[in-house]
Design a protein around this ligand. Structure first.
Ligand SMILES: Nc1ncnc2c1ncn2[C@@H]1O[C@H](COP(=O)(O)OP(=O)(O)OP(=O)(O)O)[C@@H](O)[C@H]1O
Ligand SMILES: O=P(O)(O)O[C@@H]1O[C@H]([C@H](O)CO)[C@@H](O)[C@H](O)[C@@H]1O
Length: 209
């Protein structure tokens, strides 16, 4: 293999090793996974093997397809993302750092209503999607109407499914689906004290003053 441009190989090794560790691999196994990923990355021409994302057309599922066909890592996350806060941004940034693109599976308004009650969402799905698409870590948003993102995930077949730290300690139901194609479900750190519910409660209290 003629190594043309090693740039990015270290990041590739580190992200693959981190993912392997998150999946329970031993340090030696994680390093091995990282070396394999970095080798495959270089074999495909390294960073130069990726088409430069065109900000006009580089967003959206076409970018996800390009990353996948170049052998990159597709990361997906999901949620309601009603009133956005720093915890959401922390999870989106951490999820994006696990791979080469990030897709957000977004609950539709009807789905949010069934999940979180008739008073939710405050922000309609079209605006929730627009806000998410404007964030640097987000490459695409897929709105789903079901109670769970399982059908959307099956269609996307991401390498990684990530949720925020409020799911720490719980078995993500998406993990079994990712297992079908060797993907991994991971829980990311939680930013204490941030939640849409807390924002709504504070707003209601302040408005009564
Ligand atoms: N404080 C936080 N730190 C990190 N990730 C978070 C935090 N709050 C939510 N997330 C993550 O953001 C995604 C969307 O979650 P969601 O929209 O339910 O946020 P929320 O603030 O918990 O909303 P709600 O209060 O209405 O339940 C999920 O993956 C969730 O794990
Ligand atoms: O914004 P939330 O409440 O984190 O989003 C929910 O997440 C659920 C989670 O993926 C289960 O593991 C999902 O089932 C539900 O549809 C909401 O997206």
């Amino acid at each position: 293999m003629t190594v043309t441009d090693p740039c990015g190989a270290g990041d590739r090794l580190a992200s693959a090793a981190a993912l392997a560790t998150a999946g329970g691999a031993l340090p030696s196994e994680a390093v091995q996974a990282g070396v394999v990923a970095a080798s495959e990355f270089l074999a495909r021409g390294g960073a130069a093997g990726y088409a430069a994302p065109d900000r006009d057309t580089g967003r959206g599922l076409d970018r996800v397809d390009r990353v996948r066909s170049a052998g990159g890592t597709v990361v997906a996350t999901g949620g309601c993302f009603d009133l956005l806060h720093a915890g959401h941004v922390a999870t989106l940034r951490a999820a994006r750092a696990l791979g080469d693109c990030l897709v957000v599976c977004l609950n539709s308004d009807a789905s949010v209503r069934r999940l979180k009650g008739d008073t939710r969402p405050l922000v309609p799905q079209a605006d929730r999607a627009r806000v998410l698409e404007a964030l640097e870590p987000v490459d695409a948003v897929v709105v789903f109407d079901e109670d769970t993102p399982l059908a959307a995930i099956r269609g996307l077949r991401p390498d990684v499914w990530a949720k925020g730290g409020d799911y720490a300690g719980s078995d993500l139901p998406e993990a079994a689906l990712l297992d079908e194609w060797g993907g991994q479900a991971v829980v990311l750190p939680y930013l204490d004290g941030r939640s849409t519910t807390a924002l709504l409660t504070t707003a209601a209290e302040r408005s009564r003053r």
